[in-house]
Write a protein that binds this ligand. Structure first.
Ligand SMILES: Nc1ncnc2c1ncn2[C@@H]1O[C@H](COP(=O)(O)OP(=O)(O)OP(=O)(O)O)[C@@H](O)[C@H]1O
Length: 752
């Protein structure tokens, strides 16, 4: 292979960048040592009587230490691959063509201030991802700039060595992408900054203060993009938002483990990564154990057509939210009725009607308890302001009365008696005003009891009369079913959403749990109620929501289309991703076959052009440990590193894992709390496979075939689309996978 003409020149540049980094690393190592020494000296000098100076010294050095360490960490992380691409760019009106090397961090020459490397998230780097050579515009903090992109170049750098250079023009396929996709063999998600595609880049950089909804095909990079968007967000808006104010909601802990490497790799730390359930329990300080959503799903998989399907759907709907609103209205009215005129002594300070107006109208935008807090403040100020006047008025009244007695009553004995009487009375009442003023507000407000939201919610779901009142359109049968279903105290996702919603409306969500920006993965598994609750509680619509309705295995209670979400987030951008980067053409053909059978009429997924092995079908009457062990070994011999055996239900997964273990084969049965260990054959229930990916997937359907019904199609589709490079199906018959006899052969024929 002939060498690129600029190879040597590029080698020089790489050497220059690396040397520069090395020098910085040496300096920051010295800085670290100096800071450490200073801290040590200051600690030794710490004089307990006059410690402020040493104390300040320690604090300052600690801050300095942290900065130097952060710089060191980020340089060390990229030292072996300082950049991955370069653009030759001419700004509008400029005569020179500038060259920018793009990497994961920015590096500037401290003397010349010229960039050595620019960050992939910087505005100018957008030009690289946007694709086109030629005239273009790019955005810098909302301002459009024009320019001309002359060339794009990609580098293959490994262990600090330049291996290859590719000039990218309009016709070349993205070799870097191809290699990245073929070479992937990690059971955890990775960053993709060097191969982000145009349509993905648009989502990463889409208006950061606006919500965005992404319907993306399986493997289109939704999770990856959402994580890159977080990194881009903090880079661009870091001055206004702290990482702690951002939150990712993932389906379960297994998934959080799966994505755990990406954010630190992208320079993002300290962001909340949690599940909806965990978030609600923590934010509301609940002492409850939520039901596992997958248990409900498992029941539905085994016994389909549950009689309570309508109920689950209703609880996930906005109709439930509306009923909760009516409940809050009722509580609000009850509260408003408790306001009475406020008196100090016998003087009226505030009228009940004024307080009601404040409560019901002027402060209506606040949760009920917070309105009371405000009213309390108003009252306190009012009492304080009027206290003197009341005192004066009362004192004047006594003065006048005493005057009248002195001047008007002739009988000395009577006069003396009356003067004593009124002076005593005055001396008793006047100091009482002060006393009463002090406690007035607190004692007045005591009539309002703090809400116990959990108790109120239980009241809502168990009180027949209340329910009949709040949901008048239910039939008697529905009402009975609802009451029956809620006899036992259970906390499903929508109960938690309702609790959160009620808390938001009655008390407000505490500041430390009021994240400003939310990223939701697998959003198709959310109900509208969950989304509406989060939106109301967090008082923001800065949501990035990515999902795929074709994988909506919880659709009995969650989303089946996007229009309703768009109505809930009217400012949201809606966009779709149709290309799959995960799966080979051969595997996608089989998955597309299932997609076509779905009711949702979704467009077929386009795999990025990447061929691989043909999926194989092995006919086998019953689960056979020997066959599975042999397949696992075979796949490992072929070089596949993460291998999953996916079956429809958890019960199947448990049984097969036990049988394999019984026969001495070491496997990992994946549960929601597992940490992925790719050295073992992973046994995965289909619903838990969602979001994950493996080099090779074996799907088994023995005791529980996939039936031609919505939920099974989705579970099967999820299972099939987990495979990156290889897919094997094992069952007594190919129909167990809802495929026709020639589906796999047909696939082969297609490719010949
Ligand atoms: N531009 C890209 N360059 C390299 N790899 C990519 C790119 N986009 C996506 N991928 C890879 O494709 C795979 C699928 O990505 P990801 O899991 O984010 O997709 P997804 O849409 O969330 O999938 P699913 O809905 O099936 O869970 C990952 O291995 C990811 O690294």
């Amino acid at each position: 292979m002939s060498q690129h003409p600029d190879f040597q020149q590029e080698q020089h540049y790489l050497h220059h960048a690396k040397t520069y980094m090395q020098n910085l690393l040496t300096t920051s190592a010295q800085d670290l040592k100096t800071a450490q020494d200073n801290i040590r000296t200051s600690l030794a000098d710490l004089d307990y009587l006059d410690s402020s100076l040493s104390y300040l010294n320690i604090l300052e050095n600690a801050r300095f230490f942290e900065m130097a360490r952060d710089q060191q960490d980020s340089l060390l992380a990229v030292q072996n691959k300082p950049y991955f691409a370069r653009i030759s760019f001419q700004r509008h009106d400029a005569t020179d063509i500038e060259t920018f090397y793009i990497g994961k961090i920015s590096l500037f020459d401290q003397q010349t201030h010229e960039p050595i490397i620019i960050d992939w998230r910087s505005p100018i780097a957008n030009v690289y991802y946007d694709g086109r050579l030629g005239d273009l515009t790019y955005d810098v903090r909302g301002e459009q700039h024009r320019g001309h992109l002359h060339a794009k170049r990609q580098y293959k750098i490994e262990q600090g060595k330049l291996l290859d250079i590719r000039d990218v023009d309009l016709t070349t396929t993205d070799e870097l992408l191809q290699e990245a996709l073929e070479g992937k063999a990690d059971v955890r998600l990775t960053e993709i900054v060097s191969t982000i595609q145009k349509e993905q880049n648009e989502i990463i950089r889409a208006h950061l203060k606006q919500p965005i909804i992404v319907q993306g095909a399986a493997g289109s990079g939704k999770t990856t993009i959402a994580l890159h968007r977080i990194s881009y967000f903090l880079y661009t808006m870091g001055d206004h938002f702290k990482a702690q104010q951002l939150m990712i909601l993932a389906p379960n802990d297994l998934f959080i483990d799966y994505i755990s490497d990406v954010l630190p790799d992208l320079g993002v730390g300290k962001i909340q990564q949690t599940t909806f359930q965990q978030y609600i329990v923590q934010a509301l300080s609940l002492k409850i154990t939520p039901e596992n959503q997958n248990d409900t799903l498992e029941k539905l998989i085994v016994a389909t057509d549950s009689p309570s399907a309508w109920l689950l759907q209703w609880k996930g709907s906005l109709a439930f939210r509306d009923a909760l609103d009516r409940y809050v209205d009722k509580l609000e009215a009850d509260m408003a009725a408790q306001f009475e005129d406020v008196f100090l002594e016998k003087y009226r300070l505030l009228r009940a009607s004024k307080l009601q107006k404040l409560f019901l109208e002027e402060l209506h935008y606040l949760p009920l308890e917070q309105r009371l807090e405000r009213i309390k403040k108003v009252m306190q100020a009012d009492v304080k302001r009027k206290e003197k006047a009341v005192y004066q008025a009362l004192s004047d009244r006594y003065e006048a009365t005493l005057d009248k007695i002195l001047n008007g009553i002739r009988d000395a004995e009577k006069r003396r008696r009356l003067i004593f009487k009124y002076t005593d009375e005055r001396d008793e009442r006047l100091p009482q005003i002060k006393q009463e003023a002090k406690t007035k507000t607190a004692s007045y407000m005591r009539r309002f009891k703090k809400f116990n939201v959990k108790t109120l919610y239980r009241e809502f779901v168990t009180n027949r009369n209340l329910l009949a009142d709040l949901v008048p359109d239910w039939t008697v049968e529905q009402l009975e079913q609802f009451l029956q279903a809620h006899k036992k105290e259970r906390w499903h996702a929508d109960d938690l959403a309702a609790l959160y919603y009620l808390t938001a409306r009655l008390k407000g969500i505490r500041d430390e749990w009021k994240m400003k920006v939310v990223f939701i993965d697998e959003v198709q598994d959310y109900s509208l109620l969950q989304l509406a609750s989060l939106q109301a509680g967090l008082e923001t619509d800065m949501f990035t929501m990515v999902g795929d309705v074709a994988q909506g295995i919880h659709s009995y209670r969650s989303l089946t289309e996007w229009d309703s979400v768009r109505a809930l987030f009217p400012r949201a951008t809606y966009t779709t991703l149709q290309k799959s980067y995960r799966t080979t053409i051969e595997i996608m053909n089989v998955a597309n076959n299932i997609l076509q059978q779905m009711d949702e009429a979704l467009p077929l997924v386009e795999p990025v052009v990447r061929h691989g092995e043909h999926p194989q079908f092995i006919q086998c009457a019953a689960f056979d440990t020997a066959l599975l062990m042999q397949q696992d070994k075979l796949l490992r011999e072929k070089g596949y590193r993460s291998i999953a055996f996916i079956c429809k239900t958890t019960a199947d997964a448990i049984t097969y894992a036990e049988q394999l273990r019984h026969d001495g084969y070491i496997v990992q049965l994946l549960t929601e709390n597992s940490e992925l260990d790719q050295t073992k054959l992973l046994i995965v229930p289909s619903h838990l496979a969602k979001g994950l990916e493996f080099d090779a997937v074996i799907v088994g359907a023995f005791d529980t075939p996939f039936y031609p019904q919505s939920l099974d199609r989705k579970l099967l589709y999820v299972a099939l689309t987990r495979a990156m490079h290889h897919l094997t199906l094992i069952a007594p018959s190919i129909e167990h996978f809802l495929l026709t006899a020639n589906a796999i052969e047909h696939n082969e024929r297609l490719e010949k």
